[in-house]
Design a protein around this ligand. Structure first.
Ligand SMILES: *[C@@H]1O[C@H](CO)[C@@H](O)[C@H](O)[C@H]1NC(C)=O
Length: 213
């Protein structure tokens, strides 16, 4: 195995830690919460307590933008650490064939297309947990890329990690990509029911004839 992946490189573990940290951070920040306003509620989170919103003068949109900048920056840093980790890893001859290398290009383009078009379709607040700030979309987005993938942001990001691993011919990159996929799948298990709950509650209130704002 050591011919494939050099586990003695600290950069490998640092990259893995940052991959695990990011979705953990945004779920805790938005869901379980760090900072928020008490309305006598039961949780400690943006959704329940609105701490981030309070920090930004009661403006949920500003709070969400701040979280967006933070999550986006953490993502850039994670990508940097991933590239650093790959640089310290061995290549494998089977991955160095032109076929594998050039397969990386469509994978990378597909991955980035999924990520960028879903950000475009959702907007900043839709992409970065705006629903936790009470900024809900009128209806679920079903246009491209949501008609080709259930979670285009996560699938696209995973594809980009894989493409980078193949481009550089690094088995360690494939291993880290599997770790990315696992981290996202765990994140979705938290996020999807939570988002579903927020929208179900909104729909219930709409039915009762209460105005959203
Ligand atoms: C998804 O939507 C796009 C346009 O928004 C369309 O071109 C494409 O064919 C659709 N794909 C599927 C699988 O429905």
């Amino acid at each position: 195995m050591s011919d494939f992946v050099d586990f003695s490189q600290p950069s490998l573990w640092i990259s893995a830690a940052s991959i695990a940290f990011n979705p953990t951070f945004w779920n805790i920040a938005a869901q379980q919460g760090i900072i928020v306003h008490g309305n006598g509620s039961d949780g400690f989170s943006e959704y329940h307590n609105k701490v981030i919103t309070k920090l930004f003068g009661g403006n949920p949109r500003l709070g969400c933008y701040a979280l967006a900048v933070t999550i986006f920056s953490l993502g850039i840093f994670r990508d940097y650490l991933y590239n650093e980790a790959l640089a310290a890893q061995p290549t494998h001859p089977a991955l160095l064939s032109p076929l594998v290398k050039y397969a990386a290009i469509p994978l990378f383009l597909t991955g980035n297309t999924l990520v960028l078009t879903s950000m475009w379709a959702l907007g900043v607040t839709g992409t970065y947990l705006g629903d936790y700030f009470g900024i809900l979309m009128d209806a679920p987005v079903t246009s491209f890329p949501f008609n080709v993938s259930e979670a285009p942001m996560y699938h696209g990001s995973t594809l980009s990690f894989l493409a980078t691993a193949l481009w550089y011919g690094k088995p360690a990159g494939i291993l880290l990509t599997l770790f990315v996929a696992t981290a996202y799948s765990i994140a979705r298990r938290w996020e999807d029911p939570f988002t579903g709950m927020i929208y179900a509650k909104r729909d219930e209130e709409r039915k009762k004839g209460k105005k959203g704002q």
